[in-house]
Write a new protein. Structure first.
Length: 567
């Protein structure tokens, strides 16, 4: 049933599909490929890939074939099994399953036994660890459904171990960002079908979207997390679920850490800071260098396109690739060309910006914690640490974090770059502003502000809402209030007004127990809104310092160019 005599020929066709609109050669790390090849010799594996595009599932078998690795059976949603797509993808190793199996015990049993059979025969499986495409550009929380069946196969002694192999699949650009921007504004998902497939293929072939990057971090051992194999029914269900969650988060964390930072993400992040104002090539090039210095110092993986941002030619190539509304607009006709992100393109640009936030997450939290300590009284050093941990807690539904102890160590390492930082923080006021002025890069306003604005909009709506407000009603009210606030200039940009961000914001307010009726509910809702507004004021303060530093550096650069006789 599962033999595929024409699989190589079908995979060649799939390879042609994935290369349409992209550079024909997928970018791999050869050392990671060699390590994966060795690991797969000893144990069956589940290859869990990050999910940003429909073509991710097609990239997986191609990546395995091109690197002479064992083939994988890829689980995919049955919504993609239509017309010729079903037979074609099945022959390439795709297994279609229902997205929701509800209370169907027979379907669950058959699927569980099939997964156990595959593990016992030491075949390799693959699916998206996020369960669905990330429409925001950042990693979504892992889904445990299918992974639970793999764990049962291990615990029932059908295999002595299973490797959970993360796979990072990323892109310089995607045409699907226009679709994601429509979702953010409240649009509905287009059903898959022949019309959808035609439009997808047509859009993918309209221009070159750059490279596809595939990375393989170190695998996670299931045996290490689940312990001895005493049978799936012998382990405590709560202990099993906790171990599964830790295991899945570790896989996702490793995926994120090997994902290369793209030029697209860095340029989009920079241009989003100006809120529609255009920058010259020189300004873009100069401003990007501090971020590149930071990534180099942290030894963060960087794509070739991002490394080329060190040169003006590399910056020019990056902004030209993003131009014509994808999502950057180039303005010509003056003394020199300038580039901007128009308001209608902010949602699409945020997808690329969000794909690089993880690299700047902790340093952004440092800035907000410093600003909080600067306006506080009493023990400012204690206020700094308390706020850093509070921000971590508020953002935990949007981002992956190291455990509390490691996170604290990472924050201390960030601050160790400043001489006598503890004494300066304790002094407060001008000393803290001095640290923020010295800090390079300053990232929190562009990286995190939109999330806190989305949280604040939802919290604001809750202040006038009933205790039992439903999810859809809350989202619709937040969209309306958010659009009003954009029109009034009460939020910086329209990208904060997003159904995608509001979905996470609802998780945040639920975690703060603001959706449960209680005598003091109204008071606590107002207090939470006030807390978020204070965080946004801290962001304003940081943005003001960043602007002053930018204009000072820009003026100095202009002075030097004039001294050299340049325009």
């Amino acid at each position: 049933m599962f033999s595929r005599p024409s699989r190589k020929r079908v995979e060649a066709k799939i390879s042609g599909f994935t290369s349409r609109g992209f550079d024909p050669e997928i970018d791999y790390d050869e050392y990671q490929v060699a390590a994966l090849r060795t690991a797969l010799e000893n144990h069956p594996a589940v290859l869990l890939f990050s999910h940003r595009s429909y073509i991710d599932g097609a990239v997986m078998p191609v990546a395995m074939q091109e690197n002479r690795l064992p083939p994988v059976h890829v689980f995919a949603g049955i919504n993609l099994s239509f017309g010729l797509m079903g037979p074609l993808l099945r022959r390439s190793g795709v297994i279609f399953i229902r997205r929701s199996i509800g209370d169907n015990p027979l379907y669950k049993y058959v699927l569980k036994e099939y997964v156990g059979y595959v593990m016992e025969k030491r075949f390799n499986l693959s699916w998206s660890i996020e369960g669905t495409r990330s429409r925001t550009g950042k990693m979504l929380p892992p889904k445990l459904g299918l992974m639970t069946y793999v764990a049962d196969a291990y615990l029932d002694d059908r295999t002595d171990d299973v490797l959970l192999q993360g796979v990072s699949i990323s892109f310089d650009q995607l045409h699907e960002t226009a679709e994601y921007a429509a979702y953010a504004r409240g649009g509905e998902k287009t059903p898959e079908g022949f019309g959808w497939l035609y439009r997808f293929i047509k859009a993918q072939g309209e221009r070159n979207y750059g490279k596809i990057y595939v990375r393989f971090p170190e695998a996670v051992s299931m045996r290490q997390y689940l312990g001895p194999r005493d049978g799936a029914d012998a382990i405590d269900p709560d202990a099993k679920r906790l171990a599964m969650q830790k295991m899945a988060i570790e896989v996702a964390w490793r995926i994120q850490r090997v994902t290369p930072i793209s030029a697209t993400g860095l340029v989009s992040a920079l241009l989003l800071t100006t809120h529609g104002l255009a920058l010259t090539l020189e300004q873009i090039h100069h401003s990007l260098q501090e971020g590149l210095d930071y990534l180099e110092r942290k030894q963060t993986p960087i794509s070739t396109s991002a490394l080329r941002l060190r040169s003006r030619d590399g910056v020019r190539a990056a902004v030209d690739a993003l131009s014509n509304g994808h999502p950057v607009t180039r303005v010509d006709g003056g003394r020199e060309a300038v580039w901007r992100i128009a308001p209608e393109d902010e949602h699409a640009a945020s997808f690329y910006r969000n794909s690089v936030i993880h690299a700047f997450l902790e340093t952004s939290i440092v800035e907000l914690a410093l600003a909080h300590a600067g306006r506080g009284e009493g023990d400012r050093l204690d206020a700094f640490w308390n706020q850093a941990m509070r921000l971590r807690d508020l953002l935990k539904f949007d981002f992956y974090f190291a455990d509390s102890a490691t996170f604290r160590d990472n924050i201390a390492e960030e601050m160790s770059w400043f001489t006598d930082w503890e004494a300066r923080v304790a002094a407060g006021g001008a000393e803290i502003d001095g640290i923020l002025s010295e800090k390079k890069p300053v990232m929190s306003d562009v990286m995190l502000r939109v999330f806190f604005e989305a949280y604040e909009i939802v919290a604001d709506v809750l202040c006038d809402a009933p205790a039992d407000i439903g999810e859809k009603e809350l989202t619709q009210l937040a969209l309306g209030v958010g659009r009003q606030y954009v029109a009034q200039g009460r939020v910086r940009s329209s990208e904060s007004v997003s159904t995608l961000l509001f979905a996470t914001a609802r998780q945040v307010v639920a975690d703060q127990q603001l959706l449960q009726d209680a005598p003091d509910l109204a008071e606590r809702r107002r207090a939470f809104r006030g807390e978020l507004r204070r965080i946004l004021k801290d962001s304003d303060h940081i943005a003001g310092i960043a602007r002053r530093e930018f204009f000072a550096r820009d003026a100095e650069a202009r002075r030097l160019r004039r001294a050299r006789g340049e325009r």
